[in-house]
Structure formats: structure tokens, C-alpha cells
Design a protein around this ligand. Structure first.
Ligand SMILES: [Zn+2]
Length: 358
């Protein structure tokens, strides 16, 4: 093993063309071109620089003289021969890399968690806000078609009942973010869907006959409408939709290619019917509804009483079926909150229009 390179005497910068080799006693021997030994030292006392790309290696002797060579492989072979680059070094490096692998893995898991826990909802909020009206209309139409095909049928309400509901709806919808013209009320027979109301992203509110007949007071129905208008205004449906299908949604909005829309919209009917809105969304919609009710002189607590009546009627023995209450075990909480908004005690109860509902 003979490495060719340059030797620098201690404390000078004078280079000498030289050769380095390892003696059987593991001494580093450096000779000049004439074969004269110019330096030697026990190899274990020699500091060898790390291999870094094609940089020249430096072998620093204890007396501060040093040898430089571009023969990287030769230096490694010498280290290996001297027992300094055996398993120990390898394990050392492996251990270090295992630590980094673990760190990298933890970072990756953390990133995915943060992305799913915060990134997706944040992106969904943003996408929902940025969704153009034309896209919201397409999604809404497809959703309504699906609901009509699979679950809903034409309403059996009498014209006078529809007229009454429309009047109340008009009163509340003037307070919606889009103004009265931005919303419409549709009537359907719920069938398997039961008592239900839902809003589509374009501001369409669908109410089932079964819900209507449970209503006893006008401001109960106004509360329901306010709640649904709030879901539409806050784009809760779109947010839920996007959280579940963020990537195709991003493609639609970035490329403007609506062919992905069908696939996305396919998820909305289930989201709306099964009322898988989060509790936070329900609370927001209840709160908004309470604000609207107060502005038109209604009683926010009426919605809470309506929720409790539905709960009693639907969730009696067998638990709740899919309905406007959905899987909310928190009906009592919601009712209490709404009662709080109206500023009256649980059983106190002046009502604005106490007449039975038609
Ligand atoms: Zn709701």
C-alpha cells in the first residue's frame, strides 16, 4: 500500500512530493521521491480527514507535519488495513443513520398528522370560500338529482301549507348573506329520510313533509330555516365535501376542469342526509339562526323546543334514525344553548305567536 501525494513539513508550507505507506507495526511511513524517510508516526496517532466527495484527504501527524493525497480509496484501504474502518466505524455510521431514519420517520408522521388534522380542514375552508357560484350550482343540481332519484319524492303538502312555509322562509332569508333572492325553498316527501331539512351549496333549502308536520309554531320553522341558511352561508356542506375529496376538488379549482365534479358531488347527498356535520358546524348554524330569529322578532328557543320534540318522537326507544337530528346525542345541549340565546328559563315561555301551527 503506497499512497502518492504531498508531504508538508511541520510549521512550513513547503510541499515535498512523497509517498505514504503502513509498516507491519502499523506505523505511517512517509518517504520522499528519493526514498528517504521524511516522517513517521504510529498510525493510530494520525488524524485522517473525513472523505468528502473528491476533496483531497489530509493525514495529520502528531508533530504537525501532514500528508495530502487525492487517493481516497487508498486512504480508506489503509484505514481498513489498520483496523480503523472496520465494523466499528460502519456500525457507528449505521447507528447514526438509524437515528436519522427514526427522526425522519417521526417528522413524516407528524407532517401527515398536521396535514390531515389542520391542513385538510384549512384547505377545505379555503376551497369552500373560493368555490365559484357556477361550481356550487352544478354540485347542488347533481346532489338534488341524486336525492330525488334515491330517497325523496314529490311533496304531499297542501298548497296552503306550502304558502305558509314560503312566507316564513322569505322572512328569514332576507337576513341571509345572499339576500332573499339568493335562496329558494323546495318541498319533498322524505320517505326513508324522514323529518329532515337540508341546504345545498347554492342556497337551496329542501324541507320534507315529515318535518313540517312536526312543527307547532312559526318560529320553530323559522329557526329551522335560519339554521339551514346558516349552513349554506358558511358553506358547511362544501367544506365537508372537500375534506373528504380534497385532491379532486383541488384539480377542479386549479384546472377549471369540471369533469371531476360529478365524482365529488356524489358524496354530498350522504353527507347531507346523514347530517354528519360536526358539532361545531351545528352550533354555528344554531347561533346564526338565533341571531336571525331575534332580528325578525322570533324566539330562538323555539328551535330548541322543536329539536327536543323531534328527539322525543324519533329517538324514543330505538335511538334516532337518520333525521334532521342526525346522530346528535347533544340535543339537550343545543336546546339549552338556544334557550340561553332567547334569555328565558327552561319552562318560562311567552311565545310570539302561540297559535297552533297550520
Ligand atoms: Zn344542521
Amino acid at each position: 500500500m503506497n499512497l502518492e501525494g504531498v508531504y508538508f513539513f511541520p510549521h512550513t508550507s513547503r510541499p515535498v512530493h512523497a509517498f505514504a505507506s503502513l509498516s507491519p507495526e502499523r506505523n505511517l511511513i512517509i518517504v520522499d521521491a528519493a526514498g528517504t524517510v521524511v516522517a513517521q508516526a504510529p498510525f493510530k496517532a494520525v488524524v485522517v480527514s473525513q472523505r468528502l466527495g473528491r476533496l483531497r484527504r489530509r493525514l495529520k501527524l502528531p508533530d504537525a507535519g501532514h500528508f495530502e493525497t487525492s487517493d481516497n480509496d487508498g486512504v480508506d484501504a489503509m484505514l481498513h488495513q489498520a483496523g480503523r474502518l472496520r465494523s466499528g466505524g460502519l456500525i457507528d455510521r449505521l447507528e447514526r443513520s438509524v437515528k436519522w431514519v427514526v427522526v425522519a420517520l417521526l417528522l413524516a408522521v407528524l407532517s401527515v398528522y398536521l396535514l390531515v388534522a389542520y391542513g385538510f380542514p384549512a384547505a377545505a375552508v379555503w376551497l369552500a370560500r373560493e368555490t365559484p357560484a357556477s361550481v356550487a350550482t352544478i354540485i347542488s343540481e347533481q346532489t338534488l338529482q341524486t336525492l330525488d332519484r334515491l330517497a325523496l319524492s314529490p311533496s304531499k303538502l297542501k298548497p296552503i301549507q306550502m304558502q305558509k312555509a314560503r312566507t316564513l322562509f322569505a322572512r328569514v332569508s332576507t337576513l341571509g348573506a345572499r339576500g332573499a333572492a339568493g335562496y329558494r325553498l323546495l318541498f319533498r316527501h322524505g320517505g326513508v329520510v324522514g323529518p329532515n331539512a337540508l341546504s345545498l351549496p347554492d342556497g337551496t333549502v329542501v324541507m320534507t313533509d315529515e318535518l313540517y308536520v312536526l312543527v307547532q309554531r312559526d318560529d320553530e320553522l323559522e329557526g329551522v330555516f335560519g339554521h339551514e341558511i346558516a349552513h349554506a352561508d358558511r358553506r358547511h356542506g362544501l367544506q365537508m365535501l372537500y375534506e373528504g375529496s380534497l385532491i379532486p376538488a383541488a384539480i377542479v379549482l386549479v384546472t377549471g376542469d369540471p369533469s371531476q365534479l360529478g365524482q365529488i358531488a356524489a358524496a354530498l347527498p350522504a353527507i347531507l342526509i346523514e347530517t354528519s356535520y360536526s358539532r361545531r358546524f351545528e352550533q354555528q348554524a344554531d347561533d346564526d339562526s338565533a341571531v336571525m330569529l331575534k332580528r325578525i322578532g322570533g324566539d330562538p328557543a323555539a328551535l330548541g323546543e322543536f329539536l327536543e320534540r323531534m328527539d322525543r318522537k324519533l329517538c324514543g326507544q330505538k335511538g334516532c334514525s337518520a333525521s334532521w337530528l342526525g346522530s346528535h346525542p347533544a340535543t339537550a345541549d343545543r336546546a339549552a344553548r338556544l334557550r340561553n340565546e332567547s334569555g328565558r328559563s327552561p319552562n318560562g315561555g311567552q311565545t310570539r305567536r302561540p297559535a297552533p301551527h297550520g
